[in-house]
Design a protein around this ligand. Structure first.
Ligand SMILES: *Cc1c(COP(=O)(O)O)cnc(C)c1O
Length: 403
């Protein structure tokens, strides 16, 4: 329909940095020769004649009708993510959770069966345990790294296989290619939450997924100042998803779409730095006497380092670690950190730290966290883009309070 960057590209496929900057920035949406995508704060779009209006409404001509459906700023954001995920189409949502719940609303019906993992994002887990069962959707949550169990459950028949990798907060790795292949045999739709990896590090569609989604509130935006979600896939699936969202109304706001477009210009720079720093920090923590365990897929000691290496281009900025003394020790040393927010978000330019009890699994009870294998004494560490020397020194001085 529109003249996207991918249509224009010549024989050479643009790299991720180029796509982060130029992807989705269609010329026809630039206003009065501005070089930046404008924030179109308009609920509706007016026409001079009924025939053109009608054609646009029928999607026979490009254009916009009403911003709950489409909006130029929002469209540019969707197209940018689409390019980075190598997808045919993308649509966006008011939050990451809106993307996830709209995917379920679009593709699940009473009597359907979902197979997923025990440690998906806390909010997603709530949908599995609280909201889907009353709709007569059967949910089977498997041990996250028991690939055999997931395969067996998928083979029993399911409508949808829902995966997330790396997981939150223990950064477990799931073999997307292997499990997507298993799902294809029973015609199940494969959905992957790619929030933790970002499209710079991982492209699930290329590994066999049908739909890839992001909480744009994290790495895509990168500045923790806008909430949103996005899902990509083939044209038919995205059309169904878009239709469900346009009617149900979990629409991304133009200002937030603009914040994402702005943030994404530096996505690959940020993620490359975060990949590097997280690796250095993981190694530092591994050698620290007060640290019990470090979870990071880039470490050779990670149980699925090989899978991570084969499906990711970088290991990401997220890691977690446990310290001697559990939750009490965390309460002692975390507040001493100077260059880290103690907060619930992740994936932004600032380093952010917190235990699962106040971050990823705040929605869960202590029993649910235990069942998901999430220790209470864990620290989730979202690496920022500060100087690595300062991040290491900050951890050193804060951990010294534990001795
Ligand atoms: C934050 C997050 C979500 C939810 O996104 P919101 O934008 O906060 O609704 C979903 N999945 C993962 C992995 C997340 O980190």
């Amino acid at each position: 329909m529109t003249d996207t960057f991918s249509n224009k590209k010549n024989s050479q496929t643009p790299g991720k940095s180029t796509l982060s900057i130029w992807g989705g920035e269609q010329e026809h949406e630039l206003y009065e020769r501005s070089t930046q995508v404008p924030v179109v704060h308009s609920v509706s779009f007016a026409y001079k004649d009924i025939d053109t209006w009608h054609k646009v409404a029928l999607e026979e001509e490009p254009g916009h009708i009403y911003s709950r459906n489409t909006n130029p700023t929002v469209r540019a954001f969707e197209d940018k993510v689409k390019e980075l995920e190598g997808a045919e189409a993308a649509t966006s949502f008011a939050s990451g959770m809106a993307a996830i719940s709209n995917i379920f609303g679009t593709f699940l019906r009473p009597g359907d069966r979902v197979v997923s993992i025990k440690d998906s994002y806390g909010g997603t887990n709530k949908i599995f345990t609280e909201f889907l069962p009353p709709l007569n959707v059967d949910v089977m949550l498997c041990d996250t790294i028991d690939y055999d169990e997931i395969e067996t459950e998928v083979a029993k028949g399911c409508t949808l296989l829902y995966l997330e990798t790396p997981t939150n907060p223990t950064v477990k790795i799931i073999d997307i290619k292997r499990l997507a292949a298993a799902a294809k045999k029973v015609n199940a739709l494969v959905v992957v939450d790619n929030t933790f990896a970002s499209p710079i590090n991982q492209n699930p569609l290329a590994l066999g997924a049908d739909i890839v989604l992001h909480s744009a509130s994290k790495y895509l935006g990168g500045h923790a100042d806008a909430l949103g979600g996005v899902a990509c896939g083939n044209k038919d699936l995205v059309k169904m998803l878009y239709h469900y969202r346009e009617i149900n109304g979990a629409t991304l706001a133009p200002m937030d779409a603009y914040s994402f477009i702005r943030g994404m210009k530096t996505l690959s720079l940020r993620v490359e730095r975060q990949n590097q720093s997280a690796m250095t920090i993981a190694k530092y923590l591994q050698a620290h006497p007060m640290v019990e365990e470090v979870n990071y897929p880039g470490l050779e000691t990670h149980p699925h380092h090989d899978v991570a290496k084969s499906q990711m281009k970088g290991f990401g900025g997220m890691l977690s670690f446990s310290v001697k003394g559990g939750l009490d020790a965390i309460k002692t040393f975390l507040p001493k950190m100077k260059y880290a927010h103690m907060a619930a978000n992740l994936g932004c330019v600032e380093t952010v730290v917190g235990p699962p009890v106040t971050t990823s699994h705040v929605e869960c009870t202590a029993e649910e966290r235990a069942a998901a294998g999430i220790p209470e004494g864990l620290v989730r560490y979202s690496t920022g883009i500060e100087d690595i020397e300062d991040l290491l020194a900050d951890l050193e001085q804060a951990l010294a309070y534990l001795k």
